[in-house]
Write a protein that binds this ligand. Sequence first.
Ligand code: FAD
Length: 357
Amino acid sequence: MSVKVTVIGGGVAGAELIRVASPSPLEFTLIEPKSQIELQALYPEYLGGLAKLEELTAPLRPFCDRMGADLLNERALRLEDNTVVCDKSRVGFDVAVIATGAAQNYFGVRGAEKTFSVNTLEETSRARRFVEEKNPDRVMIMGSGLTGVETAAVLSESLDASIYIVEARDRVLPQFSLQTSKLIEKALAKKGVNILTSHQVCEVKEDCILFADGICLDCDMAIWTAGIKPPEFIQNLSFPKKNGWILVDPHLLAKDGVFAIGDCTWVEVDGKLATKTAVEAERQAKHTARNLTRQAEGKSLERYSVRASTDSQVALISLGCDCAVGVVGKMCIGAPTRLIYSLKSWIDRSFIRRFKV
Ligand SMILES: Cc1cc2nc3c(=O)[nH]c(=O)nc-3n(C[C@H](O)[C@H](O)[C@H](O)COP(=O)(O)OP(=O)(O)OC[C@H]3O[C@@H](n4cnc5c(N)ncnc54)[C@H](O)[C@@H]3O)c2cc1C
């Protein structure tokens, strides 16, 4: 009898799992409300007009048809035993894989939810339309993680405006090494980006940002990149969690018969905590595809090993169309170079090409 595997979320992790596992005797159903796979890594470039829509999206229906998987274009609401309850339908499963990604976190800052964001394609498109139509003079980007840094760099090239990047901690990219932060700060400053570290945003008003020290800075476009949180579906699950994320075991199992992979999880194996990156989402997807096959063959599950961990990051950080920086662990690869930019550009674009006919 064939095993019914239901994958919830068709982003980097969910789509990659189905791609790698196919062809297979497993019967896949993908539940995803969007009609396409979207690559977040290219959103900043799309915002700045450096990437085309077709470079960061791939239609899901033809992909699923080729893989022999069923596609249900609905949002999963909750799990009830071995059933996923969606907007309109209910889908039974033998094994489920949760891969619903992460949602933007506004940390309760007043007015922040009205800002622009680059966390979804819909939001990024709204921001792009605003940039094209209103040509803002002063843009404030709140949050200096990877998304904030890449957005600031791209906009400094594509817009004739004052670009500010705002960070509550004392350096940009605080999750990376001091050396990486210094290098990125220097590169951003060279591009004319104004860096405001140790600045805590208190409120986002219609035309200015209010900081905790009482200072108010004018701005005509505010972009929020300051954090992520588990999406609603994860919040509604009564599974073991850590900081709200699904806590998985070393086999990426949340509980018997339910795997969880990608951004929605807390993956900590052998003392290494996985970063919420496409690099990790993709590896976890490939690992789970192998484990699903092993499980169906009656073999034992293999343990996962984290590659890009919080204390040893792996990242290519794009700084616009002329340069990017490579980070492997504590090592930051040289000065920003065009070669690394080309490598990142090729990796991102070829990821999406895999899902096209
Ligand atoms: C602007 C930006 C730039 C980035 N750049 C990089 C980078 O350069 N390198 C890197 O490694 N990482 C990067 N990342 C992080 C990377 O994109 C994520 O780590 C990766 O997409 C995680 O994959 P995922 O499958 O877990 O989530 P996603 O790719 O977000 O996919 C989740 C999917 O689940 C679906 N979903 C959500 N809720 C439900 C529901 N209830 N029912 C059904 N489906 C649902 C969503 O519609 C979505 O399609 C970046 C992120 C952003 C926002």
